[in-house]
Design a protein around this ligand. Structure first.
Ligand code: SF4
Length: 702
């Protein structure tokens, strides 16, 4: 980057990648971001990971969309057949006027001729809170139903379902930084060193000062080096292992009776339920010996202050809600909630998945998780948005919407900043659905795999090109600011949404994200005392008791937001993953992210440094498995499941069990989700990305 002091201006903003929400300073020279530094945000205290520090130059990539595009009349049939850098044989450039006319016209025609319920929307956890609010309002007000969702469905929907059910609130009960005050912490089904790298630095510091770090994961990971206990359990056996740990706490009388009596309900049922999950009987199922399970139970229950962190390894299962219920029960029975150094923390994935969910970008809840099924709630939104605006029926989720296309129920979609043609399970099915739509409008910064299927593409803005608030995994609301303008004719997302709303006939008069925030905050008690002006000057953790209170990093010191004020124990049974290995597909496939790449790769594979470090699709196998296959590290393997087949370069990795393969999902040339199982958790409706039966064979070529 040359002379690091040589810049024209510096702009404080928030990293666009993970839910940690690191604050950054963008150094701009000659209209371009020259480099990035970490600043003293509440979550990161000047720290950054490789993505935050070096992952910004995708915004200057030549593939950026700079003009609205309309599918040509003579375009080939919809499919995965568009070059993102050379697409004029499929799409033609258009003016904003023509493109918006076509985009809104197609959606409103479906609404007016076939009914509003034939149109669905996916909003984005990469956009701001204001944009998420506008998007869900646009679908609800513009089409009269709740068929609006976003990628939370693919990440922590089951965690949120369990938290809402048992503690009455979907957010974290304590910030991850609270680990500073803990003496024991469990990290389960998460790989923070790769996925929440700055949070991981706090976890390592915790271990370095003597905190006991209990890591539980079917795959080994870098945090293992800092762990007092590493439980590499058999994939798909979380409930068996966690119930066995809880069984020890019950049978050895290690539970906190006073806390249970004062703050919980349904303990007797939980206690009775746990009796049969003895460490001996569960040991064979989960692969962890009984004495280790006892030791972990005693260590956790004996802590003065203990926290539980979890990630997609818990949530992305057909029993993801049960997994989270077990973790909640563990914290409740030991009284490890509501004090410094205690709490439950599902590590949120996207930079604004917390905020987008809070803003109502989900089919069953309006902003602040107010249920669409409540007449009182609907009446309050109708008073603001117009009589009869909010439908009483819960809408369809991401996976249900894609199925709804196949079933002929959904005929048009508006997709903003999401990439279901890469991110959804069983991609052949998802892509076939997108190709069936009568009218698809995609709003994005690149011609993504999903945009391949679009009728109209609206060029949007990257994080560094617009104003808006975002909310991180810690419930900290922070201000994102523009450092550079959008390229060419691209526009800020909020402007496009307002234009779309007006063309759909909505009486929208917002002229700045500030106006949107004011309306949104008026519907969300969680944002009481958090004004736009306040956020211009400081990050605020919600909830906050007044304009001078920086916010509550720890919740539920004195009861829970449930009827009666008590949290609930919900017993969980052992349920096997939807698909089991067999003679044809003898191994287990699990998917996830890598440190350098973000989700479907649209941004990070166009970031020079990150792509240089990790340029190639890969999977990880145990060296002995590779040897048995006759494959050298760096050679190729073909992975086949009941849904698809890909060929990919294989790495040797001792952290992966011998009967398992780990596959990152950022690479379109070997798309992991061609293989994944679309079976969903019946409550959270989240697919089982973490477990599928797979066959691995030697291949000669990619
Ligand atoms: Fe960005 Fe997350 Fe890295 Fe922080 S830890 S710099 S928010 S990717």
């Amino acid at each position: 980057v040359g002379d690091r002091k040589d810049f024209d201006k510096e702009v404080a903003s928030v990293c666009p990648f993970c839910g940690v929400g690191c604050q950054i300073s963008l150094k701009v020279k000659d209209g371009k971001i020259k480099y990035v530094e970490g600043i003293d945000g509440p979550a990161n205290q000047n720290r950054l990971c490789v993505k935050g520090r070096f992952g910004f130059d995708y915004i200057n990539h030549p593939h950026r969309l700079t003009k609205p595009l309309i599918r040509r009349d003579d375009a080939p049939a919809k499919g995965m057949n568009v070059d993102p850098g050379n697409y004029l044989d499929v799409f033609r450039e258009a003016t904003w006027e023509e493109a918006m006319d076509r985009a809104a016209g197609g959606l409103s025609e479906l609404r007016d001729t076939q009914g509003g319920q034939t149109v669905a929307g996916f909003g984005s956890a990469k956009c701001s809170n204001e944009e998420a609010y506008l998007f869900q309002k646009l679908i609800r007000q513009g089409f009269g139903h709740n068929n609006v969702d976003h990628c939370t469905r693919l990440c922590h929907a089951s965690s949120v379902a369990a938290l809402m059910e048992n503690v009455g609130s979907g957010g974290v009960t304590a910030t991850f930084n609270e680990i500073e005050n803990a003496d024991v912490a469990i990290v389960i089904g998460a790989n923070p060193v790769e996925n929440h790298p700055v949070a991981a630095t706090y976890f390592k510091q915790f271990a370095a000062r003597g905190g006991k770090l209990i890591v539980m994961d079917p795959r080994g990971q870098a945090l293992k080096r800092h762990a007092s206990h590493m439980l590499q359990f058999k994939p798909g056996t979380d409930v068996a292992m966690l119930n066995a740990i809880c069984n020890v706490i019950v049978t050895e009388g290690l539970f906190d009776e006073q806390y249970i009596d004062g703050y919980t309900e349904n303990w007797d049922a939980e206690r009775e339920h746990l009796k049969r999950f003895t460490p001996e009987s569960m040991s064979e199922i989960c692969g962890i010996d009984a004495e280790t399970l006892r030791d972990v139970a005693r260590t956790f229950a004996g802590a003065q202050s203990a926290m539980i962190f979890w990630g997609m390894g818990i949530s992305q299962h057909t029993y993801g809600t049960d997994n989270s219920r077990c973790l909640i029960s563990l914290a409740l029975m030991t009284g490890q909630i509501g004090r410094p150094g205690t709490g439950l923390h599902p590590l949120r994935g996207q930079n604004n998945v917390q905020g987008a969910s809070d803003a109502g970008l989900i089919p069953m809840y309006l902003p602040d998780y107010q249920s669409v099924t409540s007449a009182e709630v609907r009446a309050s939104f109708d008073a603001l948005w117009g009589a009869g605006t909010v439908a009483a029926e819960k809408g369809l989720t991401v996976t249900e919407i894609l199925q709804g296309i196949h079933d002929g129920q959904i005929k048009g979609m508006f997709i903003q900043g999401e990439n279901p043609a890469m991110s959804d399970p069983d991609l052949d099915h998802a892509r076939a659905g997108l190709a069936m739509l009568d009218h698809l409008v995609v709003q994005d910064i690149f011609l993504t795999e999903t945009a391949n299927f679009a009728d109209v593409i609206l060029p949007a803005s990257a994080f560094a090109e617009k104003t808006g608030t975002v909310t991180n995994t810690n419930r900290q609301v922070q201000m994102g600011r523009p450092a550079v303008p959008p390229p060419g004719e691209a526009r800020e997302d909020w402007r496009i949404l307002i234009d779309m709303g007006q063309r759909l006939g909505l009486d929208w008069t917002y002229s700045h994200p500030r106006d949107v925030y004011a309306e949104m905050a008026s519907t969300m008690p969680s944002l009481d005392h958090i004004s736009w002006d306040r956020l211009e000057h400081q990050a605020v953790t919600y909830p906050t008791s007044g304009p001078d209170d920086p916010g509550q990093s720890i919740l539920f010191a004195d009861g829970f937001p449930r009827e009666g004020g008590r949290a609930r124990f919900t017993p969980a049974d052992v349920i096997a993953p939807d698909e089991q290995p067999d003679a044809e597909y003898p191994m287990v496939l699990t998917t996830g992210r890598q440190l350098e790449h973000w989700h479907t790769g649209a941004m990070t594979r166009r970031a020079t440094v990150l792509d240089a470090v990790e340029p190639q699709a890969n999977c990880s196998l145990h060296p002995h498995t590779l040897r048995d296959l006759g494959v050298e590290a760096g050679g190729y393997v073909t992975l086949s499941t009941r849904r698809g087949r890909i060929t990919v370069m294989a790495r040797a990795d001792r952290a992966v069990a011998r009967d398992m393969v780990f596959l990152p999902f950022a690479y379109v040339e070997a798309a992991a989700n061609l293989l994944t199982n679309p079976a969903i958790d019946p409550i959270g409706k989240i697919p089982e990305f973490k477990y599928a039966a797979v066959r691995v064979e030697k291949a000669s070529q990619p």
